[in-house]
Design a protein around this ligand. Structure first.
Ligand code: ISL
Ligand code: CA
Length: 599
């Protein structure tokens, strides 16, 4: 038994409820649908789920605009459905994290309605209200993450209110102790129903610098500008206060989403002695393809840049901090499309990326569908951009920046959040098994349709197909092997991290435990490559390296089989680690994991 907290010794599965499993045929994923899939999650080998927000919400930002923190939105089910889900998850050895969105609420929350209509009442100071600037305009020059202004005028109250996101998402005023009491009360309410932890939405934004000063024009990079609007010391104080109120014994896991956080703050907030957050969700690795104009000015990402960011994050969160390891989520495009090769090496590149990323020191957070290699949509029309951030970005490019519609679509489509929000693929049946076929005649044209179209390739890329496929053609089977390797290999569970020098697209690192070590080397390209010099040096130190895993055993794609496969298409020793020599050249998209015991 180790004294490390449970969340350092497991993987978390991130569910986007509206796109996971619909149980009642209305085309929207729901809580009973998640409950139905708990056995699948248990078979995957994850020890916890993080569910996106399912609380009452007008759904302007798909639930990240909450109008009642203590009730379930009817599109997802009821409080009783949540109780059943939590109980079923716990019975299957799976803990439950909810998504607390407390930097802002919905403008339809009663607190905001009260605050707007009754400025001198008990809720008058729950939000960030300001008079117009001397010139009658907005109070400062901040901009919203969702394009456009970050202040909206209320004719009812005769003041502006702040919203770092959509106008329907007014920022709560955390400087007000009453607001902080409300947040703690909500967390205690869910703890009492058996919730094991919380993912905390943009939690580093909760305290803004006094006076809300405009940002100097020279503050080009988003990180810099966030550093100019956030008071990070008070953020830490408020997080410590929150923890002390809801979790005096340190049993609750708190994962803070912290876009553009300064590295020192990431370390401060997660250091065990700080008693604030347990992990943060960092962003540099999901901004490698952001060009000079940011997310909507995409450039090609570079593997050596990924290696540098990974090494920097590991260095930053060494010691008493603990990294979270996510590559995809509901705000990011699909991993295999963004970092892999979804055309020529969809199976093997999905597996190679997972191996490189999830065997680092830290807790893997796997986003629904990445474990079966789900890919980006073919977005060829602005109508397919239904997400508030993506559609606003498109409109802003065309209407405000005068970019031609085709060029604007080209700049938004690959990074649009819609890519990761297509319904989960369960089987090759109607709607990919995401929703019951309402008409029941098996052609999936019942009166209801999924809230967002199912990806056209669901018939081939789905859980059922990969459950029955030979191991060498199943991303799902590989994810199971990968998570099992993490659970059973001491250096992968708890070993210290040391990066190898990147050599073009070949990246890697060492994981060193007290009595054993592991070496992870990944060729993130479609061409063969030698083991890099740094890796060669490490491997040549000893002669007893064992190959624990290699993606060279996997087919490049669903149809093909790897070299040396027998007539049934199953790679030689597909269930056994590759028989390759530790120093053999790396195949295209080969990630190789070596382990050895120290003498
Ligand atoms: O990546 C982003 C900014 O660079 C945005 O896609 C995202 O809005 C940001 O990461 C914050 O995300 C969280 O808060 C948003 C919500 O839209 C996202 O879904 C949530 O993950 C506002 O609540
Ligand atoms: Ca439903």
């Amino acid at each position: 038994m180790n004294d490390r907290p449970w969340w350092t010794d497991t993987a978390i599965y991130h569910i986007y409820p509206r796109s996971f499993q619909d149980s009642n045929g209305d085309g929207i994923g729901d809580l009973p649908g998640i409950t139905r899939r708990i056995p699948y999650l248990s078979s995957l080998g994850v020890g916890a789920i993080w569910m996106g927000p399912v609380f009452r919400s007008p759904q302007v930002d798909n639930g990240y605009d909450i109008s009642d923190y203590r009730d379930i939105d009817p599109i997802f089910g009821t409080l009783e459905d949540m109780d059943v889900l939590i109980e079923t998850a716990h019975r299957n050895g799976i803990r439950v994290l909810l998504d607390l969105v407390f930097n802002h609420s919905s403008n339809r929350h009663r607190w905001f309605v009260e605050s707007e209509h009754n400025p001198d009442g008990p809720y008058g100071d729950y939000y960030i209200w300001r008079d117009p600037a001397p010139d009658g305009g907005v109070p400062n020059n901040w901009t919203s993450f969702f394009s456009g202004p970050t202040w909206t005028w209320s004719p009812i109250r005769g003041q502006y209110y702040l919203h770092l996101f959509a106008p329907e998402q007014p920022d709560l005023n955390w400087e007000n102790p009453q607001v902080r009491n409300e947040v703690a009360d909500v967390a205690r309410f869910w703890r009492a129903r058996g919730v094991d932890g919380f993912r905390m939405d943009v939690i580093n934004f909760i305290s803004k610098v006094d006076g809300l000063p405009s940002i100097d024009a020279d503050a080009g990079d988003p990180a810099g500008s966030m550093g100019r609007i956030i008071d990070s010391d008070r953020v830490l104080t408020y997080l410590q206060e929150f923890r002390s109120r809801i979790d005096p014994d340190g049993e609750v896991v708190l994962v803070g989403e912290t876009p553009h956080i300064a590295p020192d703050d990431a370390r401060r907030y997660t250091a065990r002695e700080s008693r604030a957050l347990d992990m943060v969700l960092l962003f540099e690795h999901v901004m490698l393809d952001h060009g000079p104009g940011g997310r909507w000015d995409p450039v090609r990402w570079r593997p050596d840049a990924l290696a540098s960011v990974v090494a920097a994050h590991q260095r930053l969160l060494a010691g008493t901090s603990w990294p979270s390891l996510y590559m995809g989520n509901h705000d990011q495009p699909r991993i295999v499309s963004r970092y892999g090769d979804p055309v020529a090496y969809r199976v093997r590149s999905a597996a190679a990326l997972a191996t490189y990323f999830y065997l680092q020191r830290g807790t893997p957070i796997i986003y629904q569908g990445d474990e079966i290699g789900m890919a980006n949509l073919e977005i060829d029309s602005p109508e397919q951009l239904v997400d508030v951030e993506s559609s606003n970005a498109y409109r802003d490019l065309v209407d405000r920046q005068g970019v031609a519609p085709d060029e604007a679509l080209r700049r938004v489509r690959d990074n649009a959040r819609d890519n990761a929000r297509t319904p989960m693929h369960w089987d090759g049946g109607p709607h990919g098994g995401f929703m019951p076929d309402a008409s029941g005649d098996g052609d999936g044209d019942g009166d209801a349709h999924p809230w967002y179209p199912v990806h056209p390739d669901a018939a081939r890329w789905n859980v059922a197909a990969q459950e029955s496929a030979p191991a060498d053609r199943s991303v799902l089977a590989f994810y199971r092997r990968l998570l099992r390797a993490r659970r059973t290999s001491e250096p992968l569970r708890s070993g210290e991290f040391a990066p190898l020098a990147a050599d073009g697209p070949v990246l890697g690192y060492l994981r060193g435990a007290h009595d054993s070590e592991a070496l992870v080397i990944a060729n993130l390209s479609g061409t063969g490559a030698p083991v890099p010099p740094d890796g060669r040096t490490q491997i040549s130190r000893a002669t007893d390296w064992q190959v624990l895993l290699t993606t060279a055993d996997l087919a490049a794609n669903l149809e093909e089989s790897p070299d040396g496969a027998d007539e049934s298409g199953v790679a030689a020793n597909a269930d056994e680690p590759g028989q390759r020599s530790p120093l053999a050249d790396l195949a295209p998209w080969e990630a190789r994991v070596l382990v050895r015991r120290l003498a």
